[in-house]
Design a protein around this ligand. Structure first.
Ligand SMILES: Nc1nc2c(ncn2[C@@H]2O[C@H](COP(=O)(O)OP(=O)(O)OP(=O)(O)O)[C@@H](O)[C@H]2O)c(=O)[nH]1
Length: 400
């Protein structure tokens, strides 16, 4: 390895170690710092202008410290306004706000771990992903289900991952007007999908929002996504249980459902099983029962099942909740739930790295101007994709 590269690697290793030690001390009980005391001023500025690491931050000003401190206190005391403010902070693309968000998240993580220890190591909340094609009946179901759960004394948060909102500028999912009753319930918190950002960015902020909701005392977190694009896979990677909602319609309407996503499902739920739709719902249920037998299972201890529900009559919904709790108990007892969460942390870290590295690459002066030209040549068939990628990567590595 050339001397310069070796030297850079050593510097990077020591920076990473220093930072890991600093964060570890933030997590250790008894060594937590108040957000306002967390000072990263001794750290150098990174060349990665797009990075969101607190390593880059200037010390917090007094008013920023007070703001973070108020948000944190309000959040852990269950104040919805503070939860909303905390999520707005993590969703912000403004660099300074992202830095503040990271400081808040460190503190929240530390609080979260303490609470889990007090809870005998058991998770504080049950994270459930809900996905299905447009019109499957997701919001009608969440409205009914959410009300049932708050009626039983739970606190329910509904978060949305909606890739279409980034392009359309409006959020389909989690929209409060879709769940009028639940949005008025003081024990429910509904957060629409952010209307800006890439899917990667939206999934990162959703992961962070889950943590914030849990710290705000919400013991059931429902993460809703529309069954298009890659968002269902992203959601399956951030929850304890992934539930697929399918309408009682076959053929064309279900063609968009990817086989891969059925494999991710811990439960398949056929919606609208009432009135004239009851017979088609039974038929679809039987089809999915047969199809699931052929698919490999994700868990060693849980076999996915197919249920029928109606959010209009409420039929099947208490049974669905019972199945969900069975799943949670089995997964906690077998240790799979904790293992799933741990591996999700790694997936999350790598997806963050991928997103940041790609952004850095695309914006790097050595390649930025070349990208449109090379893309054009690849599209015209003049240059092979492999050759174009090699040229860009070489230009990048030579200048880094
Ligand atoms: N009969 C019957 N109709 C239902 C039921 N649940 C939902 N619907 C109807 O199905 C349609 C779509 O329901 P939504 O809850 O808006 O579906 P969604 O999946 O949230 O739709 P998107 O917002 O497009 O993703 C509406 O007209 C609902 O009234 C049900 O249990 N029974």
């Amino acid at each position: 390895m050339p001397g310069l590269a070796l030297c850079q690697l050593r510097m990077l290793t020591s920076t990473v170690r220093r930072r890991a030690l600093m964060l570890a001390s933030l997590h250790r009980p008894g060594t937590e710092q108040h957000p306002s005391q967390t000072d990263y001023s001794g750290c150098r500025r990174s060349r990665w202008s797009s990075s969101i690491s607190p390593r880059e931050s200037e010390p917090l000003e007094g008013k920023e410290q007070r703001r973070l401190s108020n948000i944190y206190k309000g959040l852990i005391n269950g104040q919805r306004a503070c939860l909303a403010e905390a999520i707005t902070l993590v969703e912000s693309t403004h660099l300074r706000k992202r830095q503040m968000a990271q400081i808040l998240l460190q503190k929240v993580l530390s609080h979260h771990r303490e609470q889990e220890q007090l809870n005998n190591g058991k998770p504080l909340a049950f994270r459930v992903g809900l996905s299905g094609p447009p019109g499957a009946g997701k919001s009608t179901f969440i409205e009914y289900f959410g009300k049932m759960l708050t009626g039983q004394g739970h606190k329910v948060a509904v978060l949305a991952v909606d890739p279409s909102s980034s392009t359309s500028g409006g959020s389909l999912l989690g929209d409060k007007t879709r769940m009028t009753e639940l949005s008025r319930d003081m024990n429910a918190y509904i957060r629409p999908s952010p209307t800006r950002g890439t899917l990667g960015g939206v999934t990162r902020t959703t992961n962070e929002a889950i943590l914030l909701c849990e710290s705000g005392g919400y013991d059931i977190v429902l993460v809703e996504t529309v069954g298009v694009g890659q968002s269902e896979f992203a959601v399956a990677d951030m929850v304890d249980m992934f539930v697929l909602l399918l309408p009682p319609a076959g053929g064309d309407e279900l063609q968009g459902i990817k086989r891969g996503i059925v494999e991710m499902a811990d439960l398949v739920t056929i919606t609208k099983a009432d009135g004239d739709l009851l017979i088609p719902a039974r038929k679809i249920q039987a089809e999915y029962v047969s199809a699931l037998k052929l698919l490999r299972t994700r868990s060693k201890t849980w076999r996915p099942q197919v249920l029928r529900i109606s959010a209009k009559t409420g039929e099947g919904i208490p049974e669905l909740w019972k199945k969900m709790m069975d799943f949670q108990n089995i997964m906690i007892t077998s240790g799979e739930l904790i293992a799933r969460r741990r591996s999700q942390q790694k997936v999350w870290m790598w997806s963050l790295i991928r997103e940041n590295v790609l952004l850095h690459f695309r914006n790097h002066p050595a390649v930025k101007d070349q990208i449109p030209l090379l893309e054009e040549q690849v599209l015209a068939g003049v240059l092979s994709p492999g050759h174009a990628a090699d040229m860009l990567l070489q230009a990048f590595s030579e200048s880094s």
